[in-house]
Design a protein. Structure first.
Length: 253
């Protein structure tokens, strides 16, 4: 189970405690989003979380500081998710060096097509960072195989051609043949699926066809609601986030 959180959301002081709450809730790895003003792959919840973080003054270096602080007391895998333009502006080699030195294990860059992977893969490899690429329902088998060759860590199968957050309920029938097709094409890496997973039932069903799942928008929605309620203490908020993660985890039955 992978869980996504935007760095600096709902504020920088809360991010590391939230990451630890997610670990306590059973997360196998964490995806830390670097807020961006134009997050093309994201639905409204994650767009709002990026906007809130940016309004709070969060910058790219804060992701490295968050990763370093988190890494002091946890060794579970931590992946940075962000967009290519800010990375190019920062300098790819500088970015990868900073990511590695802060304890990051891998990178997800949704708007980096595999044909342009050379922009980052050599530097990422030199700094011991996995590079994780995405496949979608409209990805051809040949392209999936190329993505499998380029990826390390895992391959991210998005459940829908579009943005994060769209519910799965009406798409289960279409998802099954898609995931079966991806399963036959992705042979080198574990296969994880994301976009639209909101409940344990969603996760349970998808884990029949993949090696795991990633939840982002539903978690961000929960956190937003908790932090918008001034009557709640930090302890109660973090406990609620931990319970949300625990309740997602598929049963072994």
């Amino acid at each position: 189970m992978g869980l996504f959180l935007t760095n600096g959301f709902p504020d920088l002081d809360a991010t590391v405690p939230l990451l630890h709450a997610l670990v306590a809730g059973g997360a196998d790895f964490l995806e830390l989003g670097m807020p961006f003003s134009d997050p093309l792959a994201e639905g409204l919840p994650i767009q709002r979380s990026s906007a809130r973080a940016l309004a709070g003054g969060v910058q790219m270096d804060d992701a490295f500081r968050t990763a370093h602080a988190f890494r002091q007391t946890s060794d579970i895998p931590l992946v940075l998710m962000g967009y290519i333009n800010p990375i190019l502006q920062y300098g790819v080699s500088n970015f990868c060096a900073a990511a590695h030195s802060s304890g990051v294990d891998g990178l997800i860059i949704p708007d980096l097509p595999p044909e342009e992977a050379g922009l980052i893969t050599a530097s990422a490899k030199a700094h011991h960072l996995d590079t994780i690429f995405l496949v979608a329902p409209n990805t051809t088998r040949e392209r999936m195989q190329m993505i499998d060759r380029l990826s390390s860590g895992f391959v991210y199968a998005v459940s829908v051609t579009g943005i994060t957050g769209a519910a799965l309920a009406h798409r289960m029938a279409a998802l099954e043949p898609y995931l079966a097709r991806v399963r036959t094409a992705i042979r080198r890496n574990p296969l994880l699926v994301g976009f639209g997973i909101k409940t344990q039932r969603d996760a349970q069903w998808l884990c029949r066809h993949t090696d795991g799942f990633i939840v982002g928008s539903a978690l961000v929605d929960v956190i937003e609601g908790l932090w918008n309620d001034p009557s709640l203490s930090m302890h109660r908020r973090l406990h609620a986030v931990q319970r949300f993660a625990q309740d997602l985890y598929p049963s072994k039955e």
